[in-house]
Design a protein around this ligand. Structure first.
Ligand SMILES: Cc1ncc(COP(=O)(O)O)c(C=O)c1O
Length: 366
């Protein structure tokens, strides 16, 4: 630690991901003596008045930020998005049901594999390539009797994002928004259910947010555990058992930070600008390449490869030394990836672009 404060790097991790500095500072400042209690927020009862207020405020702020209407319940759960891969079908379908899934990559496939344990899964469409692209609405082969249509608006590993909201008619639309929630405005009324692990745009890992249309509650299969039965959790205001209190508290601080930044509309503009700058730098270079069709490029996770893969090691090493960390692509696909969630400032993206240009100049052939 220097006299100027702690050394912070630009952290491009896909998740758990960088958090707003102001939020971390506030959490640090009140860690030992939270709200003059002489205790940290981690050490108080989740059923005490003080924590219940934190929990309720987090929900109110999230509702304000996303414009969540009263028709939808907000649940704070555990188990990550992966748990929801199972608990969405267990809560929304009866045995023998058909469900539609759009396959756009790694996380869609994980969701599909779990859903197959409980339902008949119709893969309504797959991502096309090359370059990688999102299937168009006309390409979706939807089942008339589907219990829901599931899609992954942003594929964190492939760096592929939907540029449109799929139409599913009367069939509830279900979205795994783990890596895109709160990154731009969405019309929540169009969704039957949205779920998201917290560790990208919400807060620390350990917390999972589910936003579900109330008329879909109360349909859980008999074997569904109570802690994952949406109706049972909703009836207890997500305090059916001990929740991850610190993660919930920190998510609440992030929501307040987002409001102070101008909300998700302001974030949407900032995120578009950040990713547009980075894609322009990639497209304007001879060394870097992005494999995704321009209208399907993710604003949150920018993937790229180097024309000479042997340079990846030196790139990562030198970037890290320059304070640009966690740029390695997912082990399933390799290459490089810069995750640009809400808490990544434009200055971080500009520093990355400058480093990339400098690296290219130093390694230009001929
Ligand atoms: C889109 C998406 N879905 C699901 C997951 C899995 O989330 P978790 O680790 O919270 O279960 C991730 C994790 O990165 C993700 O990016």
């Amino acid at each position: 630690m220097s006299a100027a404060g702690p050394m912070r790097v630009h952290n491009f991790s896909p998740g758990p991901a960088t958090l707003p500095l102001e939020v971390l500072e506030q959490a640090r400042d009140e860690l030992l003596d939270w709200r003059h209690s002489g205790m940290s927020v981690m050490e108080v009862s989740h059923r005490g008045k003080a924590f219940m207020q934190v929990a309720a405020e987090a929900e109110t702020d999230l509702r304000d930020l996303l414009g969540i209407p009263p028709s939808h319940a907000v649940l704070f759960l555990q188990g990550g998005a992966t748990a929801q891969f199972s608990f969405v079908p267990l809560n929304l379908t009866a045995a023998g049901a058909t469900v539609d899934y759009i396959d756009t990559g790694h996380w869609s496939r994980k969701a599909i594999a779990e859903a197959r344990r409980f339902c008949r899964v119709n893969v309504a469409a797959e991502a096309g390539s090359p370059p990688v692209r999102v299937p168009r609405q006309e390409e979706l082969r939807l089942s008339p009797d589907a219990a829901y249509l599931h899609y992954t608006p942003n594929e964190t590993i492939g760096g592929v994002e939907f540029g449109y909201l799929p139409q599913s008619g009367a069939v509830p639309l279900v979205a795994d928004m783990s890596s895109s929630i709160l990154s731009e405005p969405v019309d929540v009324r169009r969704f039957g259910l949205i779920y998201a692990g917290a560790q990208k745009n919400i807060g620390p890992s350990g917390l999972t947010v589910v936003i579900v249309r109330r008329d879909l509650l109360g349909r859980a299969r008999p074997g569904c555990p109570a802690v994952f039965d949406y109706a049972a959790v909703e009836a207890e205001h997500s305090l059916l058992n001990t929740p991850p209190t610190f993660a919930w508290y920190l998510a609440g601080l992030v929501f307040k930070w987002l409001k102070a930044q101008g909300g998700v509309a302001a974030m949407g503009e900032r995120n578009r600008l950040k990713s547009a700058r980075l894609y322009a730098a990639i497209d304007g270079s001879r060394l870097y390449r992005n494999p995704v069709a321009p209208d399907a490029r993710s604003r949150m996770n920018v993937v790229f490869t180097l024309a000479d893969p042997a340079l990846e090691g030196p790139f990562l090493e030198q970037a890290a030394a320059a304070g640009l960390q966690n740029l390695k692509g997912h082990r399933a696909v390799g290459g490089l990836r810069a995750s640009l969630y809400n808490a990544m400032p434009l200055a971080g993206v500009e520093a990355l672009i400058e480093f990339m240009r400098d690296f290219e100049r130093r390694h230009a052939k001929g």
